[in-house]
Ligand binder design. Structure first.
Ligand code: MN
Ligand code: MN
Length: 265
């Protein structure tokens, strides 16, 4: 039997969202767009993902809602005991803290590339330390990673600038973005992709419309040209309730394919 290499798992959780609910609906919508007859299952590099022998979709997590972070962490621990790499679909950005907590137990000297309009470095947001505005504060406080590199950022507050400097976060603000920038990492890399990193003109199906973001092509190119050993990724903050035409679902499915292509390497 072929050894499975990459586990796909849906995380239908949006209870730590500060503004709108909806990302809990994302896993089903991304799978539906991926399976749509309107497109094929090939990545741009030529890999056919249809019924791929080393990829397994383990379905959606069952989350214990009153203890979501620990419940998500325990589930990802179990998945990583069976499969080397994990790609999570959906949820709000709060899920990244427990997912990375599990990933960091398996991979030491982990780096994160985080693409987002927001730095998500609040110490606490509206009284919630596990809000979707806080995951990277928790990750850095606990020393889970050796490097955190953020790009796409265009909403920094004074507090978040202080947090970034306190934690040594490397931020490429969107105002300084150039297409010649490439990302290089030593050791294992985890990619956390908030769909609102992309301009709302391309990805309207998000809770927080923040103009001035990446084009679809820029994000795909970042994934394709990333130098390093990609061992896991999440695709978060897609909100199907704001995506009546399904355009954001198709973009999420496209990014999902290009992420899988990289995770297979
Ligand atoms: Mn985010
Ligand atoms: Mn965001």
């Amino acid at each position: 039997m072929t050894q499975k290499k990459v586990a796909i798992v849906g995380i239908p959780f949006d209870e730590a969202s500060s503004f709108l609910r909806g990302p809990a609906l994302a896993p089903a919508k991304i799978r539906e767009a991926f399976g749509s007859d309107s497109a094929n299952c090939f990545t741009e590099s030529g890999t056919d993902l249809k019924d791929h022998p080393v990829i397994v979709d383990v379905g959606d997590l069952t989350i214990v809602h009153e203890a979501a972070p620990i419940s998500i962490e325990n589930s990802i621990d179990k998945i990583l005991s069976q499969y080397p790499k994990v790609l999570t679909l959906g949820g709000d950005h709060s899920i990244t803290y427990p997912v990375v907590k599990a990933v960091a137990k398996k991979y030491s000297s982990l780096s994160i590339l985080h693409l987002d309009a927001h730095a998500d470095l609040y110490d606490s947001f509206e009284g919630n330390k596990y809000s979707h505005a806080c995951p990277f504060a928790r990750i850095m406080e606990e020393g889970l990673v050796s490097r955190l590199v953020q790009a796409g950022i265009r909403t920094l507050t004074t507090h978040q600038r202080e947090q970034a400097s306190r934690f040594g976060v490397e931020i490429i603000e969107m105002k300084n973005w150039k297409n010649s920038i490439e990302f290089t990492f030593e050791g294992p890399v985890y990619l956390s992709l908030d769909m609102d990193a992309i301009d709302p003109a391309f990805a309207p199906g998000v809770s927080h419309h923040e103009p001035g973001g990446f084009t679809s092509r820029e994000v795909i190119t970042i994934i394709q040209k990333l130098k390093g050993n990609l061992i896991g990724a999440d695709l978060v903050e897609f909100n199907p309730t704001r995506d009546p035409s399904g355009i954001t679902a198709m973009l999420a499915a496209k990014i999902f394919k290009e992420l899988l292509d990289r995770l297979l390497k």
